[in-house]
Design a protein around this ligand. Structure first.
Ligand code: UDP
Length: 252
């Protein structure tokens, strides 16, 4: 049987949310089953998100994170934690992938992820206007081995692994079975609430793999870009409060 794909997406109401969620759900709909889409919002499950999820035809769970966001930089962090707790609590056995709502994903990526045994990683293209970002972030590979990292000068020495949030996926059983996987620490996976911005990914990954030798290049050779990270400033866009209209628009 095909491995379960567990796609985790934090999301929130904003001008481009309908665009993002419709686009992502359209992609997920085309992925072969079994796939479970875990969508997590802060404080309340919004009617807009629920409406999109109901119509996708994708198997999903709509979860809510009730923890207070302590810092604006915590974007999506608590929500991903809620999803991880859910996966571990219900022992959902599959490959976990953090797919932010705003990125762009090729279908080939989802199929490639399925063949991951422990931990897979790949380069993500950065669609950014700012020059301080690397153009690619992620592994340099030799066949299926990871031998180095694409990165920008600024962050070079500081981060252990240069991986974007949407540039890796892992076997969910690592979460509750550290012994089987010889995880670097046998403690429960630490929540990332107090981790500095930019260090979320590496801090998380350091808890589930020891080093590059435990990583798999996806696809082997990492010769193709399969994910694009979009940095679009959408502030200032006009947005009706929600997009479900309570009453008909007034006729002119
Ligand atoms: N996100 C969220 N609440 C927030 C900010 C972000 O749920 O207050 C989600 C967002 O929908 C996306 C992910 O977290 O799925 C990453 O957010 P963003 O794209 O803003 O982060 P960046 O790409 O700048 O790292």
């Amino acid at each position: 049987p095909r491995k379960l794909l567990i796609v985790v997406t934090p999301t929130y109401n904003r001008a481009l949310q309908a665009y993002y969620l419709n686009r992502l759900s359209g992609a997920l709909k085309l992925v072969k089953s079994p796939l479970l889409w875990i969508v997590v919002e802060m404080n309340v499950a919004s009617a807009e998100t629920a409406d999109i999820l109901r119509k996708t035809g994708v198997m999903y769970r709509h979860l809510v994170c009730s923890k207070n966001m302590t810092d604006i930089k915590d974007r999506g962090v608590h929500q991903r934690n809620v999803a991880l707790e859910h996966i571990a609590h219900h022992r959902l056995d599959g490959i976990v992938y953090f797919a932010d709502d705003d990125n762009i994903y090729s279908l080939e990526l989802f199929e490639s992820i399925r063949s991951i045994n422990r931990f897979g990683t790949w380069p993500v293209a950065m669609l950014a206007q700012s020059k301080s970002k690397a153009i690619l972030e992620g592994p340099v590979c030799n066949g299926s081995r990871v031998i180095g990292w694409h990165t920008n000068e600024k962050s070079k020495q500081l981060r252990r692994f240069h991986v974007d949030m949407s540039g890796f996926a892992f076997n969910s059983t690592i979460l509750w079975d550290p012994k089987k996987w010889h995880r670097p620490t046998s403690d429960p996976i630490q929540q990332l609430d107090n981790v500095k911005e930019g260090f979320q990914e590496t801090t998380f990954i350091e808890q589930i793999v020891e080093d590059e030798s435990q990583m798999e290049a996806v696809p082997p050779g990492c010769s193709r870009v399969l994910t694009w990270h979009l940095h679009l400033e959408a502030r200032g866009l006009i947005y009706p409060r929600g997009w479900l209209l309570q009453k008909n628009l007034d006729a002119v």
